[in-house]
Design a binder for this molecule. Sequence first.
Ligand SMILES: [Zn+2]
Length: 309
Amino acid sequence: MRRRIAVSAVVLLLGLAGCTSTKDPAASPSATSPSVSVAPSPSDSPSPSPSPSPSPSASPSPKPTPSPPRPPSPKPTKTTPASGPISCTGTATLNRPRATGTGPGGSILRTGTDAVALTFDDGPDPINTPKILDMLRQCGVKATFCLVGFRARDRPDLVRRIHEEGHTLCNHSWQHLTDLGKRGRDYMLKDLRATNSAILKTVPDAKIAYFRAPGGNFTTEMVQVAKELGMQSIYWHVDPRDWDSSSYGKGSAMVRHIVSSVEGGVRPGSIILSHDNGKPDTITAYRTLLPWLKARFDLIGLPTDTPLP
Ligand SMILES: [Zn+2]
């Protein structure tokens, strides 16, 4: 009898703890972290249903879940309505260890502090870049844009807007050749210089302090070339693979995938990879992700005045 009362009390306490926790349920299972590709293995990233893990052995801490363990990966993440301004007013905490590791070729995948950096690659894109810029402005968030040289040349208006709104510029090569690292030092130098020139032609006062290899295919030589041009090479800690529609589908399926993999994988210090060029689902996902992330992390554009550690 006494034992029953004690057990009931524990259950009640656990129940209360669940109610008061500010953690989003989608974020809690650390089992979701393998669902993002951390550093050297972009290929091992998200499986479509990341958390079928009741893992009885892993965590002895009982979960006060009322329902029996159900694999169909419930994503209680509420998605933000598809249009209209977004609001980033919430606050919440999320206790996770800081991101660790290094990217290929000695590239950097974390901010070195608890701040989280959003990076948007392959633009500027005439449709999607303005949309993500609008949302970032609505939330008062700075990000980093890794621009493709010829697109920067073609859309000086967007390069100017990115810079004027306080975001960080990053060189993403001239035309996104994923084998850039195999083309030799001279080619790389020329390519990276041309890209910087295209950006600086529009915003001569900008400092381009970062480089990201197309496809993340860094080599040590490429990282060295970027360094000679004054740029640190950035990889990523979280990759939702928002380009992989053959695995994750398009539309709402992809949006859910992006949201759950970023929420599941982000840690203090993460650099998060996303794409604005031709990726409307990514833009939609950020309507949900931006408020979620802003409530839990300090979101920064990567610093151009001090190098990342
Ligand atoms: Zn890219």
